[in-house]
Design a binder for this molecule. Structure first.
Ligand code: TPP
Length: 670
């Protein structure tokens, strides 16, 4: 281990440049092993930082692994939270915890969340992962240091794509304005972001001049040259001006592994075992690590997680899990794909324009132009800039275009909420906002990327229409309606991972009218086991309970209907509320009145959907005095977590088994 300067750990002999280079190489290997154990995560932008991190954590910064909250420690804030694996590696090699622990990266319940969470792990100063925030937190910390007359240094780890966020420049302005010469920002200038080269997506150059114009000391270095790195940190530390310092480190994304270097595709991808072996060989580390041991730790940890989850699951007469038996087989398809297919099919309409925010392939919005080069002039990439994207969409709509703006749901509903409120909704513009990757099922990225609050945010906006389709087929149909039939602000929410397909091409779908699903008996195909019709055409069958659901949670409700019928003879009316605003109030009130028991099901903070259903029932005049037992199932006032998609559905109590259990209790209360 290198020297760690602290109050409890004795400062070791000064670590040499050669030793630091060796450590950086070692850290690269450790980083890739931990990513391989996780099966997902960010390889490219962690490898680009490793030389700087070796210098910072093992030589430059004062910190104490035995006392992570030592009040005089230097503060290292990771604004670029997706580089979390490199943060954990830096802490491990500094001595905060055994290196083997890194095998638990991105696993459920582990402190090594997909994006850093400060409440989980000493040495993690802030929770981050939503780009463009940590820099401002750093400004706040540096201000506090000044107020408290403390001489600790504040380091902010940031990335270049991140600098497309306007908030970065607000922080830069503030840092200079407040004369924060105790603040050092490290900008990992690897020139790549998710969708490609920064200069092609949203130009940042001349970035050094921009910082200078904002009143900063600017040091430009080769971020892989240890001597230059150390000299830059030295210079920033001996800053006699009243200006903050930015170290612009020119780096190579994926540095050290030939097949990862400068390849955008390695941004958010982890190596498999074969790729890991190749990478370790290139780094000269084949004999250095016992990779098998790391993989064993990861596998054993997963076994513990599975056992814990299994204990928590409600039990029934048999295993009803998706595709577990020989009947009721279901196809799985990501709902997001329905959006891509719709954009591809109907994107020929010259009024349509699509706006991407650097996550275009993953959410499938790029399907708009990928096979249609003639549409490229109607595709605008704003980079990592969700507020800008939202308001640009408003401008395009103002002039008669049909703009579609899409990104992760967290960033297209919360990050840009005021833009949505004033420019889109108050102005009542015809903008379609795509909230992809909704729900905990997003998986290993963790809380920062799991949208669980959008329905609170967007349903509360006047003029806004909100759709939450149940599967990929319904998503595609809904997209067509939203694009061409509904004029005004509109939001569509869907999931990332593959979810069960429970509708057919010929299943009716009308905006604002719910669908009713009735289980009719086991069939070879799950979808054939249900009668599906528009709520307006449904004839009361006096079922025992209504399961009112939206999004992929509808599929879980359908599976619950199967469990409840088979195990308890309980009949369910599953109401698929694909249009959450305006709600199909009639279908909801009828379900309540005719069954006398309602359970709402949502993969969302509980109430985002359920409260609307509850208030609809309560406010309906004919419901006065009627007896309805009511309950809501959703995420219970808790942030999401890293984990595998289906583990999270179990962990957060969102599975059909949980629905069936709650429904049974509710029926007993009737
Ligand atoms: C506000 C926000 N928008 C989008 C994302 C999704 N995202 C994660 S990393 C990334 C690209 C970042 O590129 P860059 O900042 O250049 O990082 P690096 O290439 O160094 O990994 C994006 C868009 C996010 N985490 N936060």
């Amino acid at each position: 281990m290198g020297s760690v300067k602290s109050n409890t750990t004795e400062t070791k002999d000064e670590i040499t440049v050669v030793q630091l280079e060796e450590r950086a190489n070692y850290m690269r290997g450790l980083n890739l092993i931990s990513l391989c154990c996780a099966g997902s995560g960010h390889s490219g932008g962690t490898l680009s930082m490793m030389d700087i991190l070796a210098a910072l954590y093992l030589k430059v910064a004062r910190h104490d692994p035995k006392n992570p909250y030592w009040e005089d420690r230097d503060r290292i804030l990771w604004s670029a939270g997706h580089k979390a694996p490199a943060l954990y590696v830096s802490l491990a090699v500094s001595g905060y915890f055994p290196e083997e622990e890194l095998a638990k990266l991105r696993a459920l319940g582990s402190p090594f969340q997909g994006h850093p969470h400060r409440l989980e792990l000493g040495g993690v100063e802030i929770s981050s992962g939503s780009l463009g925030q940590g820099f401002s937190v750093g400004v706040g910390v540096a201000l506090a240091a000044k107020l408290d007359k403390k001489n600790y240094r504040v380091f902010v780890i940031s990335s270049d794509g991140e600098h497309q966020e306007g908030s970065m420049w607000e922080a830069a302005m503030a840092g200079a304005n407040f004369k924060l010469n105790n603040l050092t920002v490290i900008l990992d200038r690897n020139r790549l972001q998710i969708d490609g080269w920064t200069e092609e997506i949203m130009r940042l150059e001349p970035i050094a001049d921009k910082y200078r114009a904002f009143g900063w000391n600017v040091i430009e270095i080769d971020g892989h040259n240890m001597e230059e790195i150390l000299a830059a940190f030295d210079k920033a530390g001996n800053n006699t001006t009243d200006r903050p310092t930015v170290i612009i480190a020119h780096t190579i994304k994926g540095r050290g592994v030939s097949f990862m270097e400068n390849v955008a595709g390695w941004h958010g991808k982890s190596p498999n075992r074969e790729e890991l072996d190749k990478a370790l060989a290139e780094l000269g580390l084949t004999e250095t690590f016992d990779v098998k041991r790391f993989l064993e730790v990861a596998a054993n940890y997963q076994k513990e997680v599975e056992a814990r989850l299994s204990d928590k699951m409600p039990k029934f007469s048999r295993n009803y899990w998706w595709n577990a038996g020989s009947v009721m087989k279901v196809d799985m398809d990501p709902t997001r794909k329905g959006m891509g297919r719709a954009l591809e099919q109907w994107g020929g309409d010259e009024r349509m324009v699509c706006i991407g925010a650097d996550i275009s392939g993953s959410i499938t919005i790029s399907d708009f132009y990928e096979k249609h080069p003639e549409r490229a002039n109607r595709w605008f990439s704003v980079g990592v800039a969700e507020q800008n994207g939202t308001t640009i969409a408003a401008g395009l709509a103002k002039e008669g275009k049909i703009p579609v703006f899409g990104t992760y749901g967290v960033f297209s509903s919360a990050r840009n909420l005021d833009q949505l409120r004033v420019s889109v909704c108050y102005g009542n513009f015809n903008v379609l906002i795509v909230g992809a990757h909704g729900g905990v099922s997003v998986g290993p990225d963790g809380a920062t990327h799991q949208e669980l609050e959008a329905l609170f945010q967007v349903c509360g906006l006047p003029n806004m229409r909100v759709a939450v389709p149940c599967d990929s087929i319904e998503t595609k149909k809904m997209m067509r309606v939203l694009l061409f039939d509904i004029v005004g602000p509109k939001y569509i929410r869907f999931a990332r991972e593959a979810t069960p397909v429970i509708s057919r091409e010929d299943t009716p779908m009308e905006f604002g009218i719910a669908n009713i699903y009735r289980f009719r008996g086991e069939k070879e195909r799950f979808v054939d086991a249900f009668d599906i019709c528009l709520a307006t055409e449904y004839v009361n069958e006096h079922e025992d309970i209504a399961l009112i659901a939206c999004g992929p949670e509808t599929a879980e409700a359908c599976r619950a209907a199967w469990i409840l019928k088979r195990d308890f003879g309980i009949e369910c009316r599953v109401v698929n509320v694909h249009t959450v605003k305006p709600l199909d109030r009639l279908a909801i009130v009828r379900a309540a009145m005719e069954t006398g028991a309602v359970l709402t099901c949502e993969e969302h903070q509980v109430g985002g959907f359920g409260n609307w259903v509850a208030s609809t029932i309560l406010a309906w005049p004919e419901m006065t005095g009627a007896k309805v037992v009511f309950d809501m199932l959703g995420v219970n006032d808790r942030f999401g977590e890293s984990g595998k998609s289906w583990q999270l559905i179990k962990e957060f109590g969102l599975s059909a088994e949980h629905i069936a259990d709650r429904a049974r209790q509710l029926v007993e209360r009737k």
